[in-house]
Design a protein around this ligand. Structure first.
Ligand code: GLC
Length: 647
């Protein structure tokens, strides 16, 4: 049992309640409610806004999966889980809501956690450069203030508040190939065979929506995948785990068991009038299971058994913000409005209005107000608890895995999330684009995910949307080898980006082999972070708080306790500037066996890094273990290690 009972520890966490907070499941400790206004903050009852005067030297970290840099100052972030594939710096929301922030001026630090499952706006010096204001759309909030002497202590305390992070099976630390577009068993066989031919290690091939029959959850298209069970074991013999996608929406189709059962038992989300909401996603019209009800979670969670019975051991949960292409009700309104426009002279404003009507059909905020949940007996309109939906879908799966496979670890990661979901699965960071700036975004997002306990995370390597390029792919893989979830995924219609398709296949092979050789280090650092509530990836500042320069370093990271990395994330570079906060040993890897070492002094360096090379810096007194590369994680000898040390 995970309990954190030291009262002196608990005293460092204060909870202040507003309105009638929901029991979201984010927090696993019982913290007594304090009276008054949260320390460090002022509270305005009228606008229901918390504000904090930012000190000049305050750095602000956290918020998990959000855009922009490591220091969150200077922008507005809205926790409002969104299905939005354009991850531009002017956006305010992504797929996740992880409302934990840490504020530190170098001498005094504190953390806050805003447990509110509706939309919450974090204006961090955007409206007023010196003020951070926090405004929940609906004021039912538990506001936690976490004290501590430094960032790592505060993160640890927060993590004990929200519970242990999810641990996937060891093989999930291998490399995974995915693409929206693999349609048949033969498509997948071909990918597996090409990886084998190229000698590139691989452990997973992901199955996107086309494996299903008409995009129906828990079905497999029998023509595309004849004898699925045999296919799963055939792939397993090749050392490959198949990882299918599961979407939130259940297709409305007579005779489809999931639909029929859900309908009959009243398991779908209802509108005000008590009828089931009709929305549309990939399968066409769907109902959304009401994952807020325990009974529904049990039912839906057990459905994963259809696939685990066939030998599947991992899943990714998608479209669970939930993404809505349209609702039947809204579409009716749109058609009415379009009729009006037909008879109107469309001047510029009229035309803009017309475009708005058509352009705002998907994920329309009004649609999130059309349905309700049964949340512990309380009828709650969806938008008030919106950010919990993906969490509870994944919880349904996680609870079922514990119930039905208590001795087994099952791979699970989700697109939408909220704090607390980190106990049931990891996340991938959604539909990024094949852009250099999104490689940097990936680098800068990882430590924030580590802070919030979403340790098993990663981005779509190479970029999901648009066409990737070989140099971008090489640089992205060179960073991706350090992220716990390591998956190459791309969208339908984009350039194919399986690693064997590129000219420098050997370089990719060396990079993936290096990942496998590093798994003993990556896995032990990951497990250490889980067990001790620590971070797997850290900004330099967290360990070198007294080194002034580290306040601003946002493109070098500490991975585990022993190494620092400095990825190249710009095109046409043959190296980069690196700042060393202390003397370190540089290891420049061309492959697991071909590397050079150099001891570098504290300070600024320009370091050469050609395409395909990886820079690792070993901290003083630490060592980096390397296993012999293997084609699959199961073949790795985790004990036969060589060490590169820096005494
Ligand atoms: C969503 C997912 C993406 C997936 C696609 C098709 O866009 O984020 O990863 O490939 O749906 O299922």
């Amino acid at each position: 049992m995970y309990l954190h009972e030291r009262t002196d520890e608990l005293e460092k966490i204060k909870r202040y309640d507003y309105g009638t907070p929901y029991d979201t499941g984010a927090v696993v400790q019982n913290i007594v409610i304090s009276e008054g206004v949260p320390e460090h903050f002022e509270y305005d009852d009228v606008s229901e806004t918390f504000s904090y005067r930012l000190k000049d030297r305050d750095l602000v970290f956290g918020l998990g999966e959000t855009l922009r840099g490591i220091n969150k100052r200077g922008w507005i972030y809205i926790s409002d889980n969104a299905d939005d594939p354009s991850h531009d710096e002017n956006k305010t929301s992504l797929y996740a809501s992880q409302n934990f922030l840490l504020i530190d001026d170098g001498r005094e630090a504190f953390g806050i956690f805003v447990d509110n499952p509706g939309s919450v706006t974090f204006d961090i010096g955007y409206s007023d450069m010196n003020v951070m204001s926090i405004h929940p759309m609906y004021n039912d909030t538990s506001f936690y203030v976490i004290e501590g002497s430094d960032p790592l202590e505060i993160v640890g305390r927060f993590r004990r508040l929200v519970g242990k992070s999810y641990v996937p099976p060891l093989w999930a630390f291998g490399y995974g190939q995915s693409r929206w577009g693999y349609k048949t068993a033969d498509d997948i066989r071909e990918v597996a065979a090409e990886y084998k031919k190229a000698g590139i290690p691989i452990d997973m091939i992901y199955m996107d929506i086309d494996y299903m029959q008409d995009f129906k959850d828990f079905t497999v298209n029998p023509e595309r995948f004849p004898d699925f069970e045999n296919f799963v074991s055939e792939m397993k013999k090749e050392g490959i785990h198949l990882v299918p996608i599961i979407d939130a929406g259940v297709k409305i189709e007579d005779g489809y068991d999931v639909y029929e059962e859900g309908k009959q038992k009243g398991y779908f989300c209802k509108k005000e009038d008590g009828t089931d909401l009709v929305a549309a996603v990939w399968p066409g019209k769907v109902h959304f299971p009401d994952f807020f009800k325990e009974e529904v979670r049990e039912w839906f969670g057990d459905k994963y058994g259809v696939l685990t019975d066939a030998g599947i051991e991992g899943f990714w949960n998608d479209m669970n913000e939930p993404a809505i292409f349209y609702t039947e009700d809204h579409l009716k309104e749109v058609f009415e409005q379009v009729k009006d426009f037909e008879n109107r002279e469309l001047d510029i404003w009229g035309f803009f209005d017309f475009k708005d009507v058509l352009g705002n059909i998907a994920n329309n905020p009004e649609d999130y107000k059309r349905f309700y949940h049964d949340f512990n007996g309380r009828k709650v309109r969806h938008d008030r608890v919106h950010n919990l939906y993906g969490f509870y879908m994944t919880r349904a799966a996680g609870e079922a895995f514990l119930r039905n496979h208590p001795d087994k670890k099952i791979l699970m990661f989700s697109r939408a999330s909220y704090t607390g979901m980190h106990r049931y699965g990891g996340i991938w960071t959604g539909d990024n684009t094949s852009r250099w700036s999104h490689l940097l975004l990936n680098i800068q997002m990882m430590p924030a995910l580590s802070m919030t306990g979403f340790l098993f995370s990663g981005a779509d390597i190479g970029g999901f949307g648009s066409n990737t390029a070989e140099d971008l792919m090489l640089r992205w893989v060179a960073f991706g080898i350090f992220t716990p979830l390591f998956r190459n995924h791309s969208a339908l219609g984009t350039r194919e980006q399986e690693l064997y398709r590129f000219k420098h296949t050997e370089d990719f092979k060396h990079l993936i082999e290096l990942r496998y050789a590093l798994i003993p280090y990556i896995y032990s650092s990951f497990m250490n972070a889980v067990e001790k509530d620590e971070m797997y990836m850290k900004p330099l500042y967290f360990e070198y708080r007294d080194v002034e320069r580290c306040r601003e370093i946002e493109d070098q990271l500490l991975v585990g306790d022993d190494i620092m990395i400095a990825p190249v994330y710009e095109q046409n570079r043959t190296g980069r500037n690196v700042y060393l906060p202390e003397k370190m040993k540089l290891v420049r890897f061309r492959s697991v066996t071909d590397y050079d070492e150099e001891i570098l002094d504290k300070g600024d360096h320009h370091i050469r890094a050609d395409l395909g090379e990886v820079l690792v810096f070993i901290r003083p007194g630490r060592r980096l273990p390397l296993a012999k590369p293997a084609g699959h994680v199961a073949e790795l000898d985790m004990k036969d290690l060589t060490f590169i040390s820096f005494e």
